[in-house]
Design a protein around this ligand. Structure first.
Ligand code: ADP
Ligand code: ADP
Length: 233
């Protein structure tokens, strides 16, 4: 599904100080595309990412996903719409004391997924991410790469149109990073999922992004096809 930001900005007010985290920014991501945002810490990447699913309210502008203008939705409709926007995180954000199965069951319960279909859906998701033998393992006993695979399974549980990736490989070693990026690529292909990924790592962008935006001081200062912007070695 496509994503369209029109003149979206975000200003934080902190103790009488204003921080313009994102200057008015317009951006289109096409259905099925993998779009990367790269930049140093503080550039505004996570603010932009959090504006796509309205985890942050924009100070101005509109966010459109498919045909839906999210900025005009009621809180209730937005909550339902968000179930179709998956997200994965640098620190995985799993419930460490719970099993792999329970971590995924949790979101299916929250979305009122038909109870009788839950076990089969979880099995399908674990097959997709290659963790079918880890269902009953506690999340705390998984490696980083395995945790991120659970994060991906959880993000895909409600069959989203869009996957947002917040520094999803930054806590992983290079080999594990490669395997997670390969998984994301195969999911992008097989499910036609639109992916937006933010990272400070050039290698990640080169490996996975069709197009890239370079962020600095709250702006996309450069953008284009990855192969044009960054020549492969
Ligand atoms: P990045 O993801 O590229 O590291 P961020 O979007 O996290 O950048 O931050 C952009 C700027 O906005 C930084 O100056 C940061 O300190 C500021 N910022 C981010 N979130 C908040 C917040 N909740 N309150 C105040 N300032 C924030
Ligand atoms: P990341 O860059 O990995 O997104 P940060 O450490 O920048 O993580 O931010 C973690 C949380 O703190 C986020 O919710 C962000 O919005 C918030 N945050 C970031 N910078 C500030 C700030 N200057 N003041 C208040 N909150 C902030």
């Amino acid at each position: 599904m496509s994503i369209q930001l029109d003149n979206v900005s975000k200003t934080y007010y902190l103790k009488g100080r204003t921080v313009e985290a994102l200057k008015p920014t317009s951006l289109s991501v096409q259905t099925g595309e993998i779009y990367g945002l790269i930049g140093y810490s503080g550039a505004g990447k996570s603010t932009l990412l959090r504006l796509i699913n309205l985890l942050e309210q924009p100070s101005s502008g509109t966010v459109t996903v498919g045909d839906d203008n999210l900025t005009e939705m009621s809180a209730k409709d937005l909550r339902i719409r968000r179930q179709k926007i998956g997200m994965i995180f640098q620190q995985f954000n799993l419930i460490e004391s719970k099993t792999v199965y329970e971590n995924i069951e949790f979101v299916l319960k929250a979305s009122k997924y038909d109870k009788k279909d839950v076990p089969a859906r979880i099995e399908e998701l674990l097959n997709l991410v290659g963790l079918n033998d880890k269902s009953n393992i506690s999340a705390s006993n998984l490696s980083g790469g395995q945790k991120q695979r659970v994060g991906i399974a959880r993000a895909l549980a409600n069959n989203p149109d869009i996957l947002l990736c917040d520094e999803a490989t930054s806590a992983l070693d290079p080999d594990t990073t490669k395997s997670i990026l390969n998984l994301l690529k195969s999911i992008n292909k097989s499910l036609g999922l639109t992916i937006v990924i933010i990272t400070h790592e050039m290698e990640v962008i080169k490996e996975i992004a069709d197009r890239v935006g370079v962020m600095s001081a709250g702006e996309i200062v450069e953008s284009g096809e990855t192969y044009e912007l960054f020549s492969h070695p």
